[in-house]
Write a protein that binds this ligand. Structure first.
Ligand SMILES: Cc1cc2nc3c(=O)[nH]c(=O)nc-3n(C[C@H](O)[C@H](O)[C@H](O)COP(=O)(O)OP(=O)(O)OC[C@H]3O[C@@H](n4cnc5c(N)ncnc54)[C@H](O)[C@@H]3O)c2cc1C
Length: 347
């Protein structure tokens, strides 16, 4: 049985552990924090979407596969606060309208999985008055990243307060570096062009109008329907900032972005809390997944940016395939686009 050391107990690491355990390997998670999901994956509730683009690209192929794998995985797990409440992507200009019409043509998903709606139809689905047409994705929704990590790691050996400095500190047949920006501390991933992006989610008590909201609204930000008396309104993006301190102005920014697109929903919301952390992105804004450059048994899963809820599970399947010598679950163009070595000259 292959023993696999996974460094990092966020979505990327815990998802790898889950998939490897199901495949009969023996994963062990080493997490520097006092609990799993001590970093960006500590988000109590996150949005998930398939992230399709107007034309097929390796990026959209990755997220399309990831979306489908994520839905199957969420179905297998209990108590992850999963709600496929649907998402309306509001359309604010003609260019976006054309892009989304092209997206529908390119992907040819059936109407019940993706369709364009006029403002009146979108309002009916949302349960609130909307002035914009929208792309409707009924299977999108929200899930708890924190609870996902806990469920993924159920029945798996987890070592907490275990900050690993070098892959030689762990005794395993293979090592997965899944520790966000922390991967750069390891010789095997030191040269990866990764960047921190701080973000803050705002929690707000619903108003009489906003509590009617039945699905997620996506625009430059997003708002989720109220759950237990709280809306989650996300999120700010501050490139190059690597701390999780709270900023009051981020709450204002989140509410203002909502007010611009759905003023009736934003009116009279009362901010009741917030959560901030640091995402990781790469130079080309695509996740970094695969065998570390020039290393036999060291793998990387990081740079999941704002899409770790779905991206981490597709990453886990791909890395498990590589470690276990199975046919790869993603096509060769996608694998090439994801691999750490893409930054080391011609690929
Ligand atoms: C404000 C905000 C809102 C977001 N909203 C969404 C959303 O709605 N939907 C979505 O899909 N994504 C969202 N994201 C992004 C998502 O949270 C990330 O993509 C995901 O959490 C990344 O997971 P990860 O495991 O790569 O990193 P992390 O969760 O940061 O995990 C890395 C772990 O490694 C540990 N570690 C670091 N160094 C070491 C070491 N040397 N040894 C051992 N352990 C170590 C850390 O303690 C940490 O627990 C959001 C992020 C932020 C900040």
């Amino acid at each position: 049985m292959k023993r696999v050391a996974i460094i990092g107990g966020g979505l990327a690491g815990a998802a790898c552990a889950y998939v490897l355990k199901q495949a009969g390997a023996e994963p062990v998670i080493y997490e520097a924090g006092e609990e799993l999901a001590a970093g960006a994956s500590g988000n109590p509730i996150g949005l998930y979407n398939p992230r399709l683009s107007a034309h097929r690209t390796p990026e959209s192929d990755f997220y399309c596969a990831a979306f489908s794998q994520a839905l199957r995985t969420f179905q297998e797990l209990e108590d992850i606060e999963w709600n496929a409440c649907g998402a309306l992507h509001l359309i604010t200009d003609e260019k976006r309208q054309k892009q989304l019409a092209q997206t529908i043509e390119t992907w040819s998903w059936p109407d019940e999985e993706m369709r364009l709606l006029n403002a009146a139809q979108a309002s009916d689905i949302a349960g609130v008055d909307l002035q914009h047409d929208a792309l409707y994705l009924p299977q999108s929704g929200y899930v708890s990243p924190k609870k996902l990590c806990e469920r993924y790691a159920q029945g798996i050996e987890v070592r907490l307060n275990a900050k690993i400095e070098s892959v030689s500190d762990v005794d395993a047949d293979a090592v997965i570096l899944a520790c966000g920006m922390g991967v750069k501390k390891f010789e095997e991933a030191r040269d990866l062009p990764l960047f921190p992006v701080r973000g803050q989610v705002t929690f707000a008590k619903p108003s009489e109008e906003s509590q009617k909201l039945r699905c997620a609204l996506c625009y430059s930000g997003y708002i989720l329907p109220e759950k237990e008396g709280v809306h989650k309104i996300g999120s700010t993006f501050q490139q190059g900032v690597e701390h999780s301190k709270i900023h009051d102005e981020d709450d204002r920014e989140n509410i203002e972005a909502l007010a611009q697109i759905a003023p009736g929903v934003a009116k009279e919301l009362e901010v009741s809390g917030r959560w901030a952390s640091v995402r990781v992105t790469s130079k080309d804004h695509f996740p970094v997944i695969g065998r570390a450059h020039d290393c036999k048994d060291v793998y990387v899963s990081t740079a999941h940016s704002a899409h770790g809820a779905v991206g981490s599970i597709a990453a886990a399947h791909l890395i498990a395939d590589m470690i276990l010598g199975r046919p790869l679950s993603l096509g060769k163009d996608v694998v090439r686009k994801l691999k750490p070595a893409r930054f080391m000259g011609p690929v």
